[in-house]
Ligand binder design. Structure first.
Ligand code: SF4
Length: 501
């Protein structure tokens, strides 16, 4: 048997960039650590794989270790000889280039010697790189002598609503992609050959950084290849393909941009602020924004979880489930902030208790200030849809929402250190001494991951008190930061030294 060389995931990595594949194989010292977030993704993928097996009912699974490719190929062939029609993790090796593939499901076309290839993905739509993934698998299985009839992606049906036990027949949907896969075979053949050649070389390939470093994923080796790049570069102010063209011509530095290349709109203001080192303050617009605020003032922020497989009845795959909010209340201008929160500490559907506490704590008048209103308003609309008894009260809260992101996103206030980001994590340290660096949970994704582990029963009970503490500190920080940023806006319009844009 030909020595096996490139796996499916390595092919996808190499398709993005040959150097990334070379580094993966030759520079183990640069291997990125498996973060808790990545581990959570693997775990979700595993859970979805198990449900996909239940979709097909009867079948046999190749269980060889991931490194035992030959063992997996032999087990697959034995299952076929024994007459099995559905083989999970079936494995083949291309006899010429040694590429190898483990397909999620190899399914015999009833009463024939033809097979269908089915790959399971934990997304709701077929993406371009899924086509590349399947094209590689087809290349391997076809090359290994299998007669393949059709290729399918098995993705999550986002219209499925859980009602009792998960129903795999409803949770998944099959999408045929055979035509795309057949059309890509010339490309797979050529790329597999090129990657084999790159891997044989002793020297690290010379590949310049560019748009490829971001698509389809941000490359694991970006810290290595981009070590020389400035923190704020042309890639922060232009779309990636355009930034690549500009960087080739004028370099990565913003300072090297000729006037006629500079972007317009908000990014143009960012560049100007960065180059002259001056804060932008648009007093008139800030004053108009502040004029909309009514007291008592509520600074509000939500944390949500988004399970791929719905946990609660009446919810869909990837539905955002709010489980925590923080609210700082200020009864009059300059008054002390009063903090309240809701954090759901039981492994049950949090939405009803969340909605009740929200309505109770947000009162009936005054502005509800959020940072990026699209998020909180959408969650409120979903709560109103799913809990109609609270719809009127929740819509009344939505009607009072004012978005603190607007002055920063609109560049009515912009600091040269923001690096073209209006995220609260960029704005807060630019204008104050506060930052998120000292918190155990430093961003919403981490809060979501840890809470998901609690909800699924994977977090040891002894760790729950720490989790409650960390979640409280994190969410509280967000609403406190909003109060601080509101003060910053007020002070800026009164500051004599500010630059009026
Ligand atoms: S960071 Fe960019 S250049 Fe470096 S390996 Fe990744 S894709 Fe290739």
């Amino acid at each position: 048997m030909t020595e096996h060389t490139i796996s499916k995931s390595q092919y996808i990595k190499g398709l993005q960039c040959g150097k990334a594949l070379w580094l993966y194989r030759h520079r183990k010292d640069l291997a990125p650590e498996i973060t808790p977030e990545k581990q959570a993704l693997f775990d979700t993928g595993h859970e979805i794989g198990e449900l996909a097996m239940r979709y097909f009912g009867e079948g046999v699974e190749v269980t060889s270790e991931y490194w035992d490719v030959i063992g997996a190929v032999e087990a697959t062939e034995q299952y076929i000889k024994a007459g099995h029609d559905t083989i999970f993790e079936a494995t083949a090796v291309h006899p010429v280039n040694g590429c190898y593939s483990r397909i999620d499901i190899l399914k015999r076309v009833e009463g024939s010697d033809e097979w269908d290839l089915i790959e399971v993905k934990s997304s709701t739509q077929v993406k371009d790189y899924h086509i590349d993934d399947m094209s590689f698998q087809y290349h391997v299985f076809y090359g290994a002598g299998y007669r393949i009839r059709k290729c399918f992606m098995m993705v999550i049906n986002n219209e499925y609503v859980r009602n009792g036990e998960i129903d795999p027949q409803q949770l998944f949907r099959l999408e045929e992609i055979s035509g795309h896969v057949f059309a890509k075979q010339g490309e797979v053949d050529a790329v597999a050959g090129q990657l084999g050649y790159i891997l044989e070389r002793k020297a690290e390939p010379e590949m310049s950084i560019g748009a490829r470093c971001f698509k389809p994923f941000e490359c694991d080796y970006k810290p290595y290849c981009w070590a020389h790049a400035p923190k704020y570069s042309v890639y922060d102010v232009f779309q990636k393909p355009r930034a690549e063209e500009i960087a080739k011509r004028y370099g990565l530095d913003i300072e090297g941009l000729p006037d006629h290349i500079r972007p317009g709109g908000a990014k143009g203001l960012d560049v100007e602020s960065y180059l002259n080192g001056e804060t932008i303050v648009d007093r008139a617009n800030i004053a108009a924004f502040l004029g909309k605020i009514r007291y008592p003032l509520y600074f509000l922020d939500y944390e949500t979880m988004m399970p791929a497989i719905p946990i609660f009845d009446g919810t869909r795959p990837f539905q955002q489930i709010p489980f925590q909010f923080s609210v700082h209340v200020q009864h009059s201008p300059g008054a002390e902030l009063e903090h309240h929160e809701y954090l759901h500490k039981e492994r049950t559907d949090p939405r009803q208790s969340f909605a009740e506490r929200l309505i109770e704590l947000c009162g009936s008048e005054g502005t509800v200030l959020v940072y990026n209103q699209a998020f909180e308003i959408a969650r409120n609309n979903e709560l109103a849809r799913d809990l109609p008894e609270y719809a009127v009260a929740i819509q009344a809260i939505n009607a009072r929402v004012l978005d603190l992101l607007v002055p920063f996103k609109s560049r009515w206030l912009y600091h040269p250190n923001q690096n073209s980001s209006a995220s609260i994590k960029a704005v807060l340290p630019a204008f104050t001494d506060l930052s998120y660096d000292d918190l155990e949970i430093g961003h919403g994704g981490e809060a979501m991951r840890q809470y998901g582990a609690f909800m699924s029963g994977d977090l040891n009970e002894s760790l729950w008190p720490d989790l409650w503490n960390d979640l409280t500190e994190y969410c509280k920080q967000d609403t406190y930061a909003m109060a601080v940023l509101l003060d910053v806006l007020r002070k800026k319009i009164n500051s004599e030294s500010a630059t009026n844009s």
